[in-house]
Write a protein that binds this ligand. Structure first.
Ligand code: ADP
Ligand code: ZN
Ligand code: ZN
Length: 750
């Protein structure tokens, strides 16, 4: 006897307008194979063209006139145990319900676009010489300043056979270089498709180390829970070099040995060649990588390899979360505090929350790791929601850098108005003499043009939100949370000095001043302007790595993940730049960036030196970063969040209205905000005032001729915010107000 007769089906996701389901009859012969998540072919439209859809649900009763219901044509072939499709579909549903937007938008994120064009072939590089021969050949190229060839051969001497794309990506070498080396007989390029060796190509595992006591503790706890069937969430807080990666490798190994699969998320920029090599050594061709150089076809191909069981481990950025493994055992999120884990477009999902959902659906464990965990994760760990472990020593050796904090107010008093303090300048000189490298870091991340006093360090803040005000051309300063405005000041309200205004330093100016100060120095600059073209980024970094420059000047993009053994000095020009970005996460971001920047110095044999210049040396995030003291930072920060009702203590929904007509945008934002305010009208006093803040012009207030207004809703109850979002979406749909666009962001990170 058959139960389900009808299936609700969503049409192939490329047709955006069809964000609804259609009912089809399940023919008798397909009754065994139609269930939620299965892709099917269905007749659609006037000509009954066959198109693809996904089964969302099945039922016994027709929702419309029985005679108008068509039959499902066929079920699309999928691999034997098709757990992945259903889980991903459920994940997409959850994302839509949780973050808003349309189901199509969520489906598009979860299922990669199928490209009809045949994907490019994968190549493996097969070395044709022994490791020793490769090493000496590499050295010979090094002497001839053929740095790219040197890099390839020296990497191959370590790796053995390896996928070409990952080597090209991580070592910044071109296909040309590989072709040259192949012509000369150093290596052979082998098409993976053609040869398809089902055997296991394994690197030479030399990363067999005895785990330290701290590492062992994490691993044992994980294995114990895992084997008991407890799939928990773990937070590993470990300083750089404390051996987190080795712990991840062991965890994955444990899971893979039991026939299940693993996903590891890592920001692309933080995935170094060394790390790739370590996974390669252990998992050989059973591990694969996602990176931005892959074309859509190649990306799809990577997913296919996962679906068909060719690989067990996927490493990649946010999107790797949706790798269609059928029997997922663990998701690891490295550098879990990173802002790049939050999607920028609808659905604005957070990889951490979404991973948690996917783990629930697959019965998998979740492991979060960072040297500076997000305040959100630390908060949960301390409340006992996550199991917490810390790694505080460096089993591989290496000491922390010496950090000094320079008070720029004192420099000003001494008459030094340049961007370099006396100490930083002296140290740079010293490094030039010793032929060592320096990184100079201007942190403009989130910089919004706040107003500060260079004499006393005072920063003008919003009296309601305790975030910095932003100065505008019209002579006013505004708060971009609540819209509070006041006239710009000419003298410091705190000390009366006239050295008050916006900070104007840019990387270009910084480069100018540096070359004036050190005429002989070779300088590279890396910022949005110098990395406009594809390949610029790699060219600058590998140039610096090859010691073609003494000083690298850059924005936050130089801070992450690179290993430069010759860098023994890191200078941070003005820590304040990110400290007073006008949002509640500014201090957290500053602490992360300063800690990371400090981690750049002295990665090699030599101990490094870090100079943090600031007008606010007494600020807790600067002080804590200088001492590399996470706990002290966290305890200050969480007090502020408690006091001001910011996440993670409370939750925040950002409602952003955008459109071409400023008046309409403003009106719609106002209308929606008023609509929400009704919900909170029963509250009184501060609570009521805090629940809905704004609307105010967002930052930026206009982008590519589109005006942007935002307001925020704060509530300790996350579900209530989800309800509010649903209500607003419904209201707009009902009245069909489509000349503005509205997007929703839960616990925004920028
Ligand atoms: P993290 O990921 O925390 O920055 P890594 O796992 O990269 O740390 O480890 C840093 C260095 O220490 C690496 O060179 C690694 O090989 C080494 N290392 C890690 N664990 C051990 C260990 N148990 N014994 C010896 N060396 C180790
Ligand atoms: Zn002042
Ligand atoms: Zn405000």
């Amino acid at each position: 006897m058959r139960m389900a007769l009808y299936a609700d089906i969503i049409i192939d996701i490329s047709i955006e307008k069809l964000d609804r389901t259609f009912q089809y009859r399940i023919p008798e012969e397909l009754s065994e194979s139609v269930f939620p998540g299965v892709p099917v072919m269905i007749p659609f439209g006037k000509g009954d063209r066959k198109i693809q859809g996904y089964v969302i649900s099945v039922s016994e009763t027709p929702a419309i006139d029985e005679n108008r219901i068509k039959d499902i044509a066929s079920v699309c072939p999928v691999s034997a145990e098709n757990g992945a499709e259903e889980q991903l579909l459920k994940t997409a549903f959850w994302m839509k319900n949780h973050y808003g937007g349309t189901l199509s938008q969520s489906l598009k994120v979860v299922f990669p676009v199928k490209k009809s064009v045949r994907e490019k072939k994968h190549f493996n590089i097969v070395p044709l010489l022994s490791p020793e021969e490769l090493k000496s050949a590499a050295a010979a190229f090094g002497e001839k300043h053929a740095a790219a060839r040197e890099r390839v051969l020296s990497a191959l001497s370590e790796s053995g056979e390896i996928e070409a794309s990952i080597l090209m990506d991580k070592l910044s070498v071109s296909k040309k270089t590989l072709d040259f080396l192949s012509e000369k007989g150093y290596l052979r390029l082998e098409s993976v498709r053609d040869y398809r060796n089902p055997g296991f190509v394994k690197g030479k595992a030399k990363d067999v180390r005895t785990l330290s006591g701290e590492q062992q503790k994490v691993l044992e706890a994980f294995r114990h829970d895992y084997d008991m069937g407890l799939k928990e969430t773990y937070l590993i807080r470990g300083i750089t070099g404390s051996g987190k990666t080795l712990v991840y490798i062991e965890i994955i190994d444990h899971v893979v040995k039991q026939g299940r699969q693993a996903i590891m998320l890592i920001p692309e920029i933080a995935l170094t060649f060394q790390t790739v090599m370590r996974f390669h050594e252990r998992f050989g061709n059973r591990v694969s990588y996602m990176h931005s150089r892959l074309s859509k076809g190649e990306r799809y191909d990577q997913y296919e390899r996962a679906r068909t069981g060719e690989i067990d481990v996927m490493i990649g950025p946010r999107s790797a979360l949706f790798t269609p493994f059928n029997n997922l055992g663990v998701i690891i999120i490295d550098e879990e505090h990173e802002g790049s884990y939050k999607a920028e477009n609808m659905p604005k999902y957070h990889a951490r929350e979404t991973a948690k959902k996917r783990c629930e659906l697959s019965g998998a464990a979740l492991v979060l790791g960072s040297a500076t965990p997000s305040v959100d994760s630390e908060y949960r760990a301390r409340r006992g929601e996550y199991r917490f472990f810390s790694l505080d020593s460096r089993p591989g050796g290496g000491s922390l850098a010496n950090v000094s904090v320079i008070d720029l107010r004192e420099e000003l008093m001494r008459g030094n108005r340049s961007m370099f303090s006396g100490r930083l300048k002296a140290l740079m000189e010293d490094r030039l003499n010793k032929n060592e490298q320096t990184m100079i870091f201007l942190n403009r991340r989130g910089y919004t043009g706040f107003v500060s006093c260079r004499k006393c360090g005072n920063v003008i803040k919003c009296p309601h939100c305790n975030v910095s005000l932003t100065s505008h051309k019209d002579g006013f300063m505004t708060c971009h949370y609540c819209g509070y405005r006041e006239k710009a000041v000419n003298t410091c309200p705190s000390c009366g000095s006239k050295y008050i205004g916006g900070m104007r330093a840019g990387t270009e100016q910084l480069e100018e001043q540096t070359s004036k100060l050190f005429p002989g120095a070779r300088i590279l600059r890396m910022d949005a302007d110098t990395t406009k073209n594809k390949g610029d980024y790699d060219r600058i970094l590998s140039g610096f790595k090859d010691h073609n420059a003494d000083i690298l000047i850059g924005t936050q993009m130089i801070v992450k993940g690179h290993d430069f053994p010759l860098v023994t000095l890191v200078g941070i020009i003005a820590a304040d730049m990110s400290l007073y970005a006008g949002d509640f996460r500014a201090a957290e971001r500053t602490f992360d960036l300063l800690t990371q920047a400090a981690g750049r110095a002295g990665r090699g044999e030599r101990t490094g030196e870090v100079v943090i210049q600031t007008y606010s040396p007494e600020n807790y995030s600067v002080e804590a970063a200088a001492k590399q003291d996470y706990n002290s930072f966290y305890e200050h920060e969480i007090m502020y969040r408690e006091l001001m009702d910011y996440p993670p203590v409370s939750h925040m929904l950002k409602v952003l209205t955008e459109g071409k007509d400023e008046e309409k945008v403003k009106a719609e934002a106002g209308h929606l905000a008023d609509f929400v305010k009704i919900d909170y009208s029963v509250l009184s006093g501060e609570k009521k005032e805090r629940a809905v803040i704004g609307p105010a012009p967002d930052i930026p207030s206009k982008l590519k001729d589109i005006y942007r207004y935002a307001f925020y809703v704060r509530d300790r109850d996350y579900e209530r915010l989800v309800d509010i979002r649903e209500k607003l979406e419904k209201d707009r749909r009902y009245e069909m107000r489509y000349d503005t666009m509205v997007t929703y962001d839960f616990d925004p990170v920028r």
